[in-house]
Ligand binder design. Structure first.
Ligand code: BGC
Length: 501
């Protein structure tokens, strides 16, 4: 019995090791095409987000966000029952982050501003000067050290009070977001020249309003998630237009939005299935902004309208984008922020997917990984650098070759300091970017997710994405460079992709 238990344990351990500890001496690299050097103007950075690193959740007047509320009320929904109350404590320890940024020699730093730190209730009437002071300190120190701030205005941490009136399901969010964005343009726009309105709307709208995994845990598939996307898009466009008419002349900055998407491959060269995959993922927000015609992607409009009528509704669950809004949204980005992590193969669904109604049912596709792809710690993260090259070329060919900044790309593991897997992942993905640049894609920057280990949403602190390890149990939260930090610094210093030693 004892012996059996022993071997069973070894078996389980071996399985775990196989899955989580990828070895990249195979199948996570990309052949170089063209110049081995990134252009002189190319910017190298790292990324973080307020709730994932700041801590100080209720200090200096900060209001409660939906993530504060969610993690406090439902700790069992996080793998380690953790929260962002202290996290990396960057609110008090920005100097430790700055030291890491300087050591890496990054040329930009992407971080987000916590809306409830600026407006604790979400509304202008609650303006909190201490929150503004904090970000002034961050921005000033970055600039003093020659690091360009790339500021995300919203990265999931909605003020709780706004959620109480419906959050992204209430069209009021459009005006509230613009008012908040104006506050940031007014206070920081003299120094911040790259604004990112929203981080990945699909990734808070779907888990938050369809799947009920994220706050506000609404379970209204195929309805509230679409509404959330629509309102986010409109809020983005309204903030963009406000910047252009009221601030651009003086401040001369860029405003864009960040979307995440996978690229799709087909084992049977089914171009229709690939196009559907691209339209339902990348295209959901990109088509309204960057296509010549504007509006939601044709495959989504057609399918969701047809399905909605079949369900007995009088109109489509996908809001109509026409008239004034369609025009306001079209062209409303100076650059596209792209978060790229992984890709999939795709084929048309063999049986109905998901609940009725839902994005899955409308999508009507099966997406699956290739069995040879190397997997990281999360079950969704496979190393597919050719997908990044593919998606960049797709954007070039289908959306008029806009400026693209890779705002996130990264690998998660158990926290090995000798993180060769992460190095291989970064090298292969940067090669994809370089190949795309060499082939005429207008990519101007690359950003690693993440500077340091942080609160990985429902995975808590169990999944590590950092170039720097964070000592989460130590009161002073030391940051220690992993081997990948040293590699990334060599990339930045040489503007090439040195071989891995
Ligand atoms: C999000 C980050 C998250 C990362 C890794 C991105 O989609 O913007 O907040 O930590 O993925 O899961």
């Amino acid at each position: 019995m004892w012996l059996f238990a022993f071997f069973a344990t070894i078996g389980i351990l071996a399985n775990t090791i196989n899955v989580t500890q990828a070895k990249f001496d195979y199948n996570c690299n990309l052949t170089a095409k063209g110049s081995p050097k990134f252009p002189d103007s190319f910017s190298f950075g790292v990324s973080t987000a307020a709730y994932q690193i700041e801590g100080a959740w209720n200090e200096d007047g900060k209001g409660e966000s939906i993530w504060d509320d969610f993690t406090h009320k439902f700790p069992e929904k996080m793998d380690d029952r953790s929260n962002g109350d202290i996290a990396a404590d960057s609110y008090h320890r920005f100097d430790q982050d700055l030291a890491a940024l300087k050591e890496l020699k990054v040329t930009h730093y992407r971080f987000s501003i916590a809306w409830p730190r600026i407006y604790p209730t979400g509304d202008i009437s609650s303006k909190n000067q201490k929150g503004i002071d904090y970000y002034n300190m961050v921005i000033n120190k970055l600039i003093a050290n020659g690091i360009e701030p790339l500021v995300t205005i919203f990265h999931y941490d909605l003020p709780l009070e706004i959620q109480k009136i419906g959050g992204f399901a209430n069209p009021l969010i459009i005006n509230m977001f613009v008012t908040y964005a104006i506050e940031l343009f007014e206070n920081f726009g003299d120094r911040v020249k790259i604004w990112n309105t929203f981080n990945e709307p699909f990734d808070y709208c779907k888990p938050g309003y369809a799947d009920a995994n994220y706050p506000p845990q609404v379970n209204a598939h195929g309805v509230a998630d679409y509404l959330c996307m629509d309102h986010s898009l409109k809020a983005h466009a309204a903030a963009y237009r406000t910047y252009k008419t009221k601030y651009y002349e003086k401040q001369r900055g860029k405003v864009g939005i960040t979307v995440s998407s996978r690229f799709f491959f087909s084992h049977t060269n089914d171009q229709e299935a690939i196009s559907r995959g691209m339209q339902f993922n990348l295209g959901f927000l990109i088509h309204p902004i960057f296509s010549k015609t504007g509006g939601y992607p044709p495959a989504m409009v057609e399918t969701i309208n047809r399905n909605s009528l079949k369900e007995g509704r009088v109109s489509s669950r996908l809001p109509k984008l026409d008239g004034r809004w369609r025009e306001l949204i079209k062209g409303s980005s100076d650059y596209l922020g792209l978060n790229y992590y992984t890709s999939r193969y795709i084929k048309r669904a063999s049986k109905p997917n998901g609940e009725n109604p839902s994005w899955e049912r409308d999508y009507d596709s099966d997406a699956y990984p290739d069995e040879t792809w190397v997997r990281g710690k999360p079950d969704w993260l496979y190393c597919v650098p050719e997908g990044l090259e593919g998606i960049l070329k797709y954007i070039r060919d289908h959306y008029g070759n806009p400026e693209v900044i890779i705002t996130e790309n990264g690998w998660s593991d158990d926290g090995d300091p000798e993180d060769d897997d992460r190095i291989h992942f970064i090298k292969a993905h940067m090669q994809a970017v370089l190949n795309a640049v060499n082939d005429g894609c207008n990519v101007t920057g690359y950003t690693v997710w993440s500077l340091l280990d942080n609160f990985e949403w429902q995975k808590g602190y169990t999944h590590k994405f950092g170039l720097y390890a964070l000592n989460i149990t130590s009161p002073s939260r030391e940051r220690t460079p992993r081997k990948s930090a040293k590699y990334y610094r060599r990339v930045i210093e040489t503007r090439t992709l040195p071989s891995i030693s």
